[in-house]
Write a protein that binds this ligand. Structure first.
Ligand SMILES: Nc1nc2c(ncn2[C@@H]2O[C@H](COP(=O)(O)OP(=O)(O)OP(=O)(O)O)[C@@H](O)[C@H]2O)c(=O)[nH]1
Ligand SMILES: [Mg+2]
Length: 194
């Protein structure tokens, strides 16, 4: 045998009695999606007080952080944006409270792809609040929010649903973490989750 006979059989009923309540705070789930290189991992790092990484290290799967607030805990879950991973995105949109969709505002050539993926997700859950982040506004070639609204087809989205488009550069320019873009996104998320 492989040794499993040595383990005592699990006795869930007894354990239930002894196990203290671990989760006192309510959970909120935020899904963070967007094309590869748009800044999802950077956003999660900066939110958790870590400096952004220099280059692009692709997320080959999931990446998550849990941030406590006074009323609840916020789980932010990134799924990598590589083309092979995008297939899985739609499996998670119905499981979360808010979707953050990151866009590299300077990646003009791939905006049509970002638009297509975003609208697929919007179609998947008509009630999910969506925060579109027009990231990398620090780059000179970045499109403005007005241009991005057009390019991402957000004017056409029906007025019933909550879609926000926020300009940001989530990677801080220098040391220190008073990043106004990230703070702004976080405040909006807390409002939507309350
Ligand atoms: N100039 C500029 N660069 C940024 C900004 N945010 C992120 N970056 C850079 O963009 C690159 C990619 O960032 P990531 O956060 O790894 O991108 P990602 O969306 O997680 O990518 P995948 O995991 O592959 O899906 C990194 O080199 C970051 O430093 C920003 O606001 N401005
Ligand atoms: Mg990543």
């Amino acid at each position: 045998g492989c040794g499993r006979n040595l383990l005592p059989a699990p006795q869930p009923e007894e354990e239930d009695e002894e196990e203290p309540a671990l989760e006192e705070l309510e959970q909120r789930e935020v899904l963070v999606l967007g094309l590869d290189g748009s800044g999802k991992s950077t956003f999660l790092r900066v939110l958790s007080g870590k400096p952004p990484l220099e280059g692009h290290i692709p997320t080959w799967g999931f990446n998550s952080v849990r941030l406590p607030t006074k009323d609840f805990e916020v789980d932010l879950l990134e799924i990598g944006g590589n083309q092979n991973l995008r297939f899985y995105w739609k499996e998670f949109v119905n499981e979360v409270d808010v979707l953050v969709f990151m866009v590299d505002s300077a990646d003009r050539l791939r905006l049509p792809w970002a638009r297509q993926e975003l609208h697929r997700l919007l179609d998947k859950d008509p009630n999910l609040p969506v925060v579109v982040v027009a990231n990398k506004q620090d780059l000179s070639e970045a499109l403005s929010v007005v241009e991005l609204q057009q390019e991402l087809g957000l004017q056409a989205v029906d007025t019933q649903r909550e879609v926000f488009l926020l300009a940001a550069s989530v990677a801080p320019a220098g040391p220190g973490f008073e990043n106004p873009g990230t703070v702004h996104i976080w405040k909006l998320l807390l409002e939507l989750l309350s």
